[in-house]
Design a protein around this ligand. Structure first.
Ligand code: ATP
Length: 256
């Protein structure tokens, strides 16, 4: 039985804009187990990004509680991968990936080993000394993902990291992400608009209602791993889950 890694109880976030109160999401309660891959899906504006930012500690919740099990104090609680490339333009690939490890004052030879491992895993070896302006969008996202895993956080938070990529790069990176995640055993929370992406990646999908977002349903994605996208897309199981989620999401989108 896996331990609970993240527990949210009645979590609500409201923003005050002048005299108005905007509820970004409300009454979110869930338990995420160690090593699970979750996707949050929902209509635009339902509060997915805000929920991720609250989990990252970038926003404080208005109500409710968050408990993230911090097993090793020497490691960061979370690392976040954004939709936009959030790597440092003045550092080459190697130094971008090494940044968090240097901040944690790991020994140089330890840093080199970890950085080389993730550079290799993300197919970045020929670009090790390249600067971000010399990389394609897909390569920059590979660097962001390598950096997030290299930091070895308790949980990984990803906010539509593949949204700006073309279809071929998106599929390749989804596959790479699953490979690296399966080896790492990390707990991942991933926000996406794409039902297809969510089914391919997840153990569980939380579908949110339209604004202000609440939990509409939580789906178990019991498709065996390792997953191969071509096989999954052509399986009847995929078609059934896709249809279920789409019909439920469509109700929310058409109300909004
Ligand atoms: N800093 C802020 N100040 C005020 N309101 C905000 C702030 N951030 C988000 N909101 C509001 O909270 C709600 C949820 O926004 P959020 O960006 O989390 O939704 P989302 O589901 O991620 O949307 P999308 O799918 O379009 O990216 C929206 O109504 C938004 O306007």
């Amino acid at each position: 039985m896996k331990d609970i890694k993240v527990e949210l109880k009645n979590l609500t976030k409201k923003f005050k804009i002048k005299k108005n109160i905007v509820t970004a999401f409300e009454d979110i309660s869930l338990q995420i187990k160690e090593g699970e891959f979750w996707c949050f899906v929902g209509p635009s504006g339902c509060g997915k990004t805000t929920l991720l930012r609250v989990l990252a500690g970038l926003e404080t919740p208005t109500d409710g509680t968050i408990c993230i099990k911090h097993v090793d104090d020497s490691k960061p609680l979370n690392s976040m991968v954004f939709q936009e490339h959030a790597i440092f333009p003045w550092m080459d690939v190697k130094n971008n990936i090494a940044y968090g490890l240097k901040m944690r004052k790991l020994k140089p030879n330890q840093i080199d080993d970890i950085v080389d491992f993730y550079i290799d895993k993300m197919g970045l070896t020929p670009f090790k000394h390249a600067y971000p302006h010399q990389l394609s969008g897909g390569m920059k996202q590979r660097v962001s993902i390598a950096r997030a895993f290299a930091n070895d956080p308790e949980i990984l938070l990803m906010d539509e990291p593949f949204a700006n990529l073309d279809e071929q790069n998106r599929v390749l990176l989804q596959q790479e992400l699953l490979k690296i995640w399966e080896k790492s055993g990390k707990t991942v929370i991933f926000v996406t608009h794409s039902i297809d992406e969510a089914i391919f990646l997840s153990d569980k999908i939380m579908l949110m209602t339209r604004h202000p977002g609440k939990i509409k349903n939580i789906y178990d994605i019991n498709i065996k791993r390792p997953r191969i996208i071509e096989e999954i897309r052509s399986s009847p199981q995929y078609a059934d889950i896709f249809q279920d989620i789409w019909l439920s999401l469509r109700q929310e989108v058409s109300y909004s």
